[in-house]
Ligand binder design. Structure first.
Ligand code: FES
Length: 679
């Protein structure tokens, strides 16, 4: 027996087994269930099957590997090495034959389901297992005596070489089959999409011979205020370009409910908003392809995460039912469709689109995406996850139970409705510190690591200048103003006399705090106004009230961990968020930032079809809490208006920060507050 078979051990998987002598390494990998890639089906064309065989003694595995454990280089490998170069020690798994016991390492780039580490505040691996992959096939030539269509013979080859059954081809593709087959001398590369729910696979594109290019996909985070998208390489998940645009629906209403009202009041208004968002998304796709130098036809998939109103408007569904109890969705299932059905016309015409499932009428696919990214349903500890945009998606729970709600924070955390506000982009102030004694500020802008009082700051920011203040900047500014005694617990900015700084300037019947006055140099005046503080108070009260409501529902007053995600990017300061009272009290060491978790969820769903199945199952277990009809939400909202809070003690915060006891309410006017309360 030992003369006829050899032991093959694959690393890093540790899978091992005996195979007949002369078995190609690729075939051994298949037989043992080892993840080794191949696009050309073992024909020595694609080089995806590269492996690194070991040599010598492997006591851990109990084998000694001879130099001759694999067959010598053959002509295919030599040709490949000559043309493209094989890394030292590498072999093509489809060409090297097993001759005796051997240990074979499969490098990450040769694994189909490779894990790719996400570079973000919280690093986590994304498994690569995209729905659409390339398959090279050699197709039987037509035979007059045995008539069959080209598609039928392609099907036969896909079944034979790749075990892909009953593939379908849209009429638009049929016209490309014949020229590609003949040009490729009966060999073609196919982009085949496979449905994670077991539906029929589909050919999305075809190229003559072996296609050297790469497939790409779009991960789109469709927010009420901004649309952000990543263009990803579907082989390794790498983001090759990212961009964002303002959601053009803003002209129909700043927040979701005003867009629903627009649809209610204006016949055809929903269709107008659908057209606007689709056009913007399509333009963004084209922009990303151009920026990355990728042919739009090589973009074969898109995943979209969005809130329920955006979900309906994107799909061309009138969102009117979402504006009134019981907030019924047209469907809460994930939507798996052609990309053309959601207006993505600039990319491959047969590309697929996947919209993540919604959780409920106010808790959408964006919340599902946050859950997919942060996985509270796997946590041992109790975690609160707040993904903040114009709406906050809030999740609370652990592996036993997860609750979710959505809370209308408004666009202030995204820098909108803030007098000097802007999106997070180069030139935006993102960090602020205020000296509690002198009340002098210093700040940092996106694009430079220097503080404004560091030598070289002016030169470092010369290209973009200082243009405004973004979400994380305004949060820090207001929190710093509170810590420096420039703002009292009710949110009032004190006058110059009350605060002792000339940076507090009169602004109508209220005051503003000057962060930067560069008007003498034709630069901007950047201030935090009383209106800005009120906008932030409304936003943070909504966020806090939503989180607190979920805690009530779960019967807890404490949290083990808080994850902040969303508009403020990866750099929100936990201390400042807590000084502001955005989130319930928690050990500051356990408050972290996750960046754009919804966007990450979209990327995970793009790169890994098993993640689609996972989140489709998990959304049924997530229990939804409706904030809109819950009276306790209003109570929590009112109490949370104070900075940090009217009644909650915030013991962890008090142990690290003592807030000055100031009060600037002289019975005079804070007209902005009265105005807002009436509105
Ligand atoms: Fe394509 Fe080996 S499988 S080169």
């Amino acid at each position: 027996m030992s003369e006829e078979t050899a032991l093959v051990i694959f690393t890093p998987s540790g899978k091992r087994g005996r195979v007949p002598l002369g078995t190609p390494v690729l075939a051994a990998a298949r037989q043992l269930g080892v993840d080794l890639d191949s696009v050309c089906g073992g024909r020595g064309i694609c080089s995806k099957c590269q492996v690194s065989p070991g040599q010598g003694s492997f006591p851990k595995h109990g084998v000694t590997v001879a130099k001759t454990a694999l067959s010598d280089w053959n002509a295919v490998e030599a040709r490949y090495d000559e043309k493209r170069g094989l890394k030292e020690g590498r072999r093509l798994g489809c060409q090297a034959l097993v001759q005796s016991d051997v240990v074979i390492d499969v490098p990450p780039e040769s694994q189909v389901h490779k894990q790719v580490v996400r570079k973000a505040a919280t690093e986590r691996a994304i498994t690569m297992d995209p729905a659409t992959r390339l398959f090279y096939v050699e197709v039987r030539e037509p035979d007059m005596h045995e008539p069959s269509g080209d598609l039928q013979r392609i099907r036969e080859a896909l079944k034979r070489d790749w075990d892909i059954d009953d593939v379908q081809a849209a009429p638009a593709l049929l016209g490309k089959l014949q020229p590609a087959l003949r040009k490729g001398k009966w060999s073609v590369t196919l982009a085949v999409w496979q449905d994670h729910r077991g539906g029929r696979p589909a050919i999305l594109d075809i190229w003559p011979g072996y296609f050297e290019g790469r497939l790409h996909g779009l991960a789109i985070d469709l927010g009420s205020t901004t649309i952000a998208a990543h263009l990803c390489d579907l082989r390794n998940g790498q983001v090759v370009a990212s961009a964002g645009v303002m959601n053009p629906q803003i002209r129909f209403g700043e927040d979701l409910m005003s867009r629903v009202s627009y649809a209610m009041m204006n016949p055809g208004g929903d269709a107008e908003m659908t057209a606007a968002v689709r056009t913007a998304m399509d333009g963004l796709a084209l922009e990303l392809a151009t920026e990355a130098g990728v042919s739009p036809s090589e973009i074969v998939e898109a995943t979209v995460v969005c809130n329920p109103v955006m979900h309906h408007l994107l799909l061309g569904i009138d969102p009117v039912e979402l504006g009134q109890a019981p907030f019924a969705l047209a469907t809460s299932d994930a939507v798996n469709t052609e990309s053309g059905a959601i207006g993505l016309g600039a990319i491959n015409p047969l590309a697929r689109a996947y919209i993540l499932p919604c959780i409920a009428g106010h808790v959408g696919a964006d919340c599902a995406a946050v859950a997919l990214s942060e996985e509270p349903y796997k946590a041992d500890d109790l975690v609160l996850i707040c993904d903040v945009g114009t709406n906050a998606e809030i999740l609370l729970g652990n592996k036993d139970k997860v609750l979710a709600c959505s809370s209308p924070t408004g666009p202030a955390f995204e820098g909108a409705q803030i007098s000097s506000g802007q999106r997070a982009a180069p030139g935006a102030i993102e960090r602020v510190e205020i000296d509690p004694v002198t009340k002098e500020p210093r700040f940092r802008v996106i694009g430079s690591d220097l503080w404004s009082d560091d030598p070289g700051f002016d030169a470092a920011i010369a290209v973009h200048g200082v243009t405004g203040i973004c979400g994380s900047g305004i949060i820090e500014a207001v929190a710093e103003m509170r810590m420096a005694g420039l703002v009292d617990p009710s949110g009032l900015i004190g006058s110059a006399e009350q605060t002792g700084t000339a940076r507090s300037i009169p602004d109508g019947r209220t005051h503003s705090y000057v962060i930067l006055d560069a008007r003498d140099d034709d630069g901007p005046l950047i201030t935090v106004t009383q209106g800005d503080i009120r906008a932030i108070q409304l936003a943070k009260s909504a966020l806090y009230a939503g989180a607190r409501l979920l805690m009530d529902e779960l019967g807890t007053d404490t949290l083990d961990r808080v994850v902040l995600a969303g508009a403020f990017g990866a750099h929100i300061s936990p201390k400042h968020a807590m000084v502001l009272g955005m989130i319930p009290d928690c050990d500051l060491a356990h408050v972290t930032s996750a960046g754009n978790a919804a966007g990450t969820g979209a990327r995970i769903a793009l790169c890994d079809i098993s993640a689609r199945a996972r989140i489709e199952a998990e959304v049924h277990r997530i229990q939804k809490v409706e904030t809109a009809i819950e009276p306790r939400f209003q109570e929590h909202f009112v109490a949370a208006n104070a900075i940090p809070h009217a009644t909650a003690p915030f013991p962890h915060l008090s142990s690290v920060v003592s807030l000055p006891e100031v009060s600037f309410n002289t019975g005079g006017g804070d007209s902005s507050r009265r105005r807002r309360r009436r509105s």
